[in-house]
Design a protein around this ligand. Structure first.
Ligand SMILES: [Zn+2]
Length: 359
């Protein structure tokens, strides 16, 4: 749990949740007024804090000692066990691995368990994670539960984009849309609530693209920050490599990484190419990777804004194609062949490397 400022006895602001206050207010009012829906769909980009908010909501629903209507205490047995995802009335369903498939058998098993009455909570909570990974059979199976919901059950479903689900599922859920925060606002919160140093807070907020969940992970795990820089260094190396090497890299990525991991790579590359286009517009204030400014400047000087925008678009397109059924290796090959050929001066990538390694 995020540590909040709990010096007084007042309930924690915004459920100790960073940002998306309107979403928290809506959920809090449902609990306070006893107007709980059968199912909630938490939609938003991965890392924005969908699961965290779903769990806070579950705490508010099942807290044994709420300080006031719609709040949770954070210290009772129910609050503890829910925060640690081991409450006996919490059922968690997800694809076995990120980027895998959520199968129909998993939904059927869930349905069986949900038919039992709660052990100790007021409500049995089903937390279904990354529902975009559910295949059509699994979606159809869940639809049955939504049509004939068992009593005293609340379904909390997290999903990247509700548009990719069966509309009949979406229409039976209260959709809670979560958005990334402005990087400046997120950085400010990290300074206030996490006692982060200002430059580090600004850096992780930018790297996370305003997604609070990712920002917290980067803040507390320096090795994750290092990995982000490594991703950009690898990308710069790719831009300087021959077509033969690019084919080999596409083959290796397709073999070693799954869709979800490739999506994370693409997100980092998108942020980098956005930096290039910002830089072309003389904007040095909002760069995600200021440590790579030399490389960015060299790219702008070499290929200009138009060609940089094109690269940005191509990566964006690949990210969209990836959501569908696609031959990963082929898609990567096409992208890599289209990206500009840029052997950057050694100094541009090397100084970035050295800076990135400074803690
Ligand atoms: Zn509690």
């Amino acid at each position: 749990m995020v540590k909040g400022d709990n010096s007084s006895n007042d309930p924690p602001m915004n459920w100790n949740y960073i940002g998306n206050a309107a979403a928290v207010a809506l959920l809090r009012s449902h609990v306070a007024h006893g107007s709980l829906r059968q199912a909630y769909l938490f939609s938003g980009p991965s890392g924005v804090g969908r699961r965290t908010l779903a769990l806070r909501f579950a705490q508010a629903v099942n807290c044994l000692n709420p300080p006031q209507a719609g709040e949770f205490c954070g210290v009772c047995r129910a609050c503890h066990l829910l925060a640690e995802m081991r409450h006996p009335d919490l059922e968690i369903v997800a694809a076995e691995q990120r980027g895998g498939i959520l199968r129909v058998e998993q939904i059927r098993e869930l349905q069986h368990r949900l038919s039992l009455s709660p052990y100790e909570g007021r409500y049995r909570i089903a937390l279904i994670l990354r529902f975009e990974e559910a295949n059509l059979n699994a979606q159809n199976a869940l639809l049955k539960t939504l049509e004939e919901p068992p009593p005293k059950v609340i379904l909390l479903i997290t999903v990247e984009d509700s548009e990719n689900l069966l509309p009949t599922i979406v229409s039976r859920c209260e959709v809670v849309r979560l958005r990334p925060l402005a990087a400046e606002a997120l950085a400010q919160t990290l300074i206030e609530k996490q006692a982060a140093e200002a430059p580090l807070a600004a850096q992780v907020a930018r790297l996370a693209g305003g997604r609070a969940g990712i920002a917290l992970r980067l803040l507390h795990h320096p090795e994750e920050r290092q990995r982000q820089f490594q991703v950009i260094e690898d990308h710069l190396r790719l831009l300087g490599s021959s077509y033969l090497d690019r084919f080999a890299t596409a083959e290796r990525y397709a073999r070693e990484l799954n869709k979800a991991e490739i999506t994370l790579l693409l997100d980092a590359w998108l942020a980098f190419w956005r930096d290039v286009t910002l830089y072309a517009h003389q904007d040095r204030q909002h760069l995600t990777y200021p440590d790579f400014q030399d490389a960015v400047a060299a790219i702008v000087a070499k290929i200009g804004e138009e060609r940089s925008l094109q690269a940005l678009r191509q990566i964006h397109q690949m990210r969209q194609v990836l959501q569908g059924n696609v031959n990963l290796r082929l898609a990567l090959e096409v992208l890599f062949l289209n990206l500009p050929n840029l052997s950057l001066p050694q100094s541009a990538t090397q100084s970035a490397l050295e800076e990135a390694q400074t803690p």
